[in-house]
Each structure stands twice: as structure tokens, then as C-alpha cells.
Design a protein around this ligand. Sequence first.
Ligand code: ZN
Length: 169
Amino acid sequence: MRKLLLILPLFTALIFISCQKEQPILETNESIESFKQYANVDQQLWPYWESFENEARIRGIQIDLEQANLMGVFVEIDQEHVAGSCTFSSNQPRIIRIDNTIWNELPNLYREFIVFHELGHCVLLRNHDETEDQHGNCLSIMRSGINGCKDAYNAENRDFYLDELFNNF
Ligand SMILES: [Zn+2]
């Protein structure tokens, strides 16, 4: 399946935010700074790009997103509940699009969730994984958001989910 994604001339993976009303992630929004800069990536995404590299490095994986042929932009996505997408195409940069409206309503940790999910597609080349535990909690941030499992990403279990993200590509 991973190979298939690369062969397809144009492929877009979408991330849906949960339609559930309850917000599992409660957190105040302090601003996050980045030390690196990424060409063709909106500045708001830099801290998340850098954090992704750092979390990969902690787990023994070297990822340099400055060298990746990857764009990151904010747009208004027409489809309801779609927070972001990753588009692959053969000879052009991969593009991560983040819905501007949804982004502005989310706390930092949920923003991270969305960005890391899209980087999971665009950089780790991961597909969706709907695995859930016996309580119906998603066991991967690579869940599609349309198959029913509940997001449980929070500050306490973040490491569990990032281990899962980086150890399965
Ligand atoms: Zn997705």
C-alpha cells in the first residue's frame, strides 16, 4: 500500500476532526516558538514541523523537513469537519493543507495532532489505522476520524501515541 501511494499521480488524504461534541483536549494556548525555518511552509506550522523532527529524533529516526519536498499552507477547506489534508503528486512537492477556520478554534495539542497526522501521511507515508481499545479509544493518531473510534490524545498519553506514530512506518 505504501508503494501504491507513491505511484498514484495525485492522492489526497484527508483528516476529519471528530464530530463528537465533547472536547477531550483542554489546554490553554500559549504560543509555541520554533528555532528553525522551513521554506514554503506557513510560519505558524514551523514549531510543529520542528517538534515532529525532535520527536522522531528521540525515537532514533532522522527526519529533516527542511530538505523534504513539502509545502504547508492554510486554506479554507470546503468539506465539513475536514481539518487538513496531505496531497501527493509525482513530480511536485507534497502539500499539507490545514483548514484555517478549524485551526483557529483548536488548542495547541489538537493542532499538533492534526499536523502530526498529516506529516504521518506526507512524510512517514503512513495510511489510516482505525485500531481501538476495548473502550473505543483510537490507538493511533492515524485514525481517519470517520470510523468511530474516539480521540484520546492528551498531554499524559502523548508519548504513547507518538511512539505508535514513529514506530510503525
Ligand atoms: Zn488522514
